[in-house]
Design a protein around this ligand. Structure first.
Ligand code: ZN
Length: 216
């Protein structure tokens, strides 16, 4: 906690004064460019990853970047989506999964998490992804299967997102875009879901060495 308090002090003494104009403008209101839904994992920093400033991303952090289908589990995630899409009018929504996700590992191996009733119930929202991947690949704990599950989970959560009335209405109007990303923590690269190819492909800005990861 000491490091956190020292950081706060440094922010107030040196960082804030440098960006005073930005913060004072933001104090009057926000107009974020996107709703960014990602895992609560401490290794993900959406603003560092996208090089965005305060006010530019409306962020929803939730373990496993899970979006319960509407009207299931009305709560923080659905309210955040409704506010971002229906009130703030964000033009884009990004669902961003990541490698080495503890929640995805928990989906593969749920027994140790069974005493944690809330976590276990939450993991059920990722089971459709497991079932979809299991149809195409041998179920095992290997890294390929974990990656396939993590990718599929993003696709499933995008589908769940479309069930929310605020999202469906904006999609109907044609002024909302949905994006599925997978962030490789160790490599610092992001692949994006291409519905036409049913695969996660490197974003143009990613390292060219990345190969396409095809999934059924
Ligand atoms: Zn995670």
């Amino acid at each position: 906690m000491d490091r956190i308090l020292k950081g706060l002090s440094r922010f107030q003494k040196t960082v804030y004064p440098k960006h005073r104009d930005l913060f004072q403008k933001l104090a009057l209101g926000q107009r974020p460019e996107a709703l960014f839904i990602t895992c609560a994992d401490s290794r993900i920093d959406p603003c560092m990853l996208t090089q965005t400033k305060p006010g530019e991303l409306f962020i929803c952090r939730v373990i496993g970047n899970v979006v319960p289908p509407y009207p299931d589990a009305i709560g923080g995630v659905s309210a955040t989506i409704e506010y971002a899409v229906g009130v703030l009018g964000v033009p884009d929504v990004i669902v961003c999964g990541h490698t080495d996700c503890g929640v995805m590992k928990g989906v593969l191996n749920p027994e140790p998490l069974e005493p944690l009733t809330s976590v276990s119930a939450w993991l059920n929202y990722a089971q459709p992804a497991r079932r979809a991947v299991t149809q195409h690949e041998e179920p095992h704990d290997g890294s390929e299967f974990l990656l396939a599950l993590t990718e599929r989970n993003v696709v499933e959560q995008l589908a769940n997102l479309r069930t929310h009335p605020s999202v469906a209405a904006r999609l109907e109007q044609g002024d909302l875009r949905l994006h599925g990303w997978l962030y490789d923590l160790g490599e610092g690269v992001v692949t994006a879901y291409d519905p036409d190819q049913a695969a996660f492909l490197p974003l143009e800005s990613s390292k060219p060495k990345l190969r396409a990861v095809r999934r059924p």
